[in-house]
Design a protein around this ligand. Sequence first.
Ligand code: UD1
Length: 422
Amino acid sequence: MAKFLVQKSEPLYGEVHVSGAKNSVLPLMAAAILNDEKCRIYEVPRLLDVTVMEEILMSLGGKIDFQEDGTLDIDMSGMNSTEVGFDLASKMRASFLVMGPLLAKKGHVKLFMPGGCTIGARPVDLHLKGFEALGAEIDRKSDSFVEAKAGPHGLIGASIYLDFPSVGATENIMMAAVLADGVTYIENAAEEPEIVDLANFLNKMGASIKGAGTDTIKIEGVKELKGTAHTVIPDRIETGTFMLAAAITRGEILIKNIVPDHVRAIAAKLRECGVVVELTDEGLYVNGGMNPLVATDIKTLPYPGFPTDIQSPFMSFLTTVEGSSTVIETVFENRFMHVAELNRMGANIRTKGNRAMIQGGKNLEGARVLATDLRAGAAMVLAGLVASGTTEISEIYHVERGYEDFVEKFRSLGANILRIED
Ligand code: UD1
């Protein structure tokens, strides 16, 4: 099993280029199912999750060409299956995103239940509720797979209210509705930038989607979609991770290829702590060493609120800042598994329900810790950079699922990190 060895490092310094967004590219790839021509996606990051989605599309009969420069061509014209088996579906939760497109395009889908990061129950009821509202018949008899069929005339437009603005459910329902007969409204929709990116991609393919990025999305069904080319948006969670890397090491990083609006909440919270975050012509300049730092509280929320995916990296940072702070997680249950790992490194964090109380300003010490999920893995690396001695991080496949060139990028900024095969 591969591990990261992280040693106490000097403040990180330099420039870093952010890759295309993992959470955007996965739904874009699934959306390619909806047309019979070729789709080209630029700036696709080389990640395990992208490879899994490629394998899923190929298992359905698609052809994929992924070039060195991050250009991905997807040709689904030869699609000859509507089933995704356990081996692939269990590898990541985003495998579920092929359900909407398959149902819309082929009127049938059978999918084994998705896997992915172990952060709470993560049900798919909102996705299924949406498909049912569009007239699909869902077979839920088995716990291990779900099968759905559209009616004889395909899916039919409907009004769907989401009990929670789920990102995946909004994307899946949007993709199902683009070829439906009539108009669909998704209310209390997720407003994340990845939803807007997907809607832009679908509209370029000929779909008619309005309101993406607000809480009400209107989709007028069209008869067919055509191939298109699209550049994926920069990864706002990777951007946030490097912002935290500058903050926790009291370093100075210029982060390039960013959309400032997408990281507004993270920037606001870092500024509250005294970290300098400035937009320049070249990118986002973050300096954690200019001012004395103070603690702050954070509460995760759907976009444009503070992102749950930056909760654990931010918590690593808070352990290094003098004073007490509270972190409230409202998006996922059970997303505090990194707390035990940080405490193993000498942090002082207590949890009660979805609330974590941090007594900051502790000197962290290197320890053997786990990357309990993708973002928690990044949080451990950040903590390791300021902890005395060596931090040995296991289960790093989680990190490699979601960050492109993780070790190389950190090393280029002066981080003392190595990836070793145990
Ligand atoms: C996506 C992101 C993930 C991010 C999350 C929240 C991708 C590939 N992943 O995950 O990185 O952490 O958004 O910003 O884009 N829920 C239900 N029923 C459902 C669906 C969701 O109860 O049918 C709940 C979930 O259990 C969770 C909450 O809604 O508590 C948010 O989940 P959701 O927004 O769907 O996250 P994902 O799309 O899985």
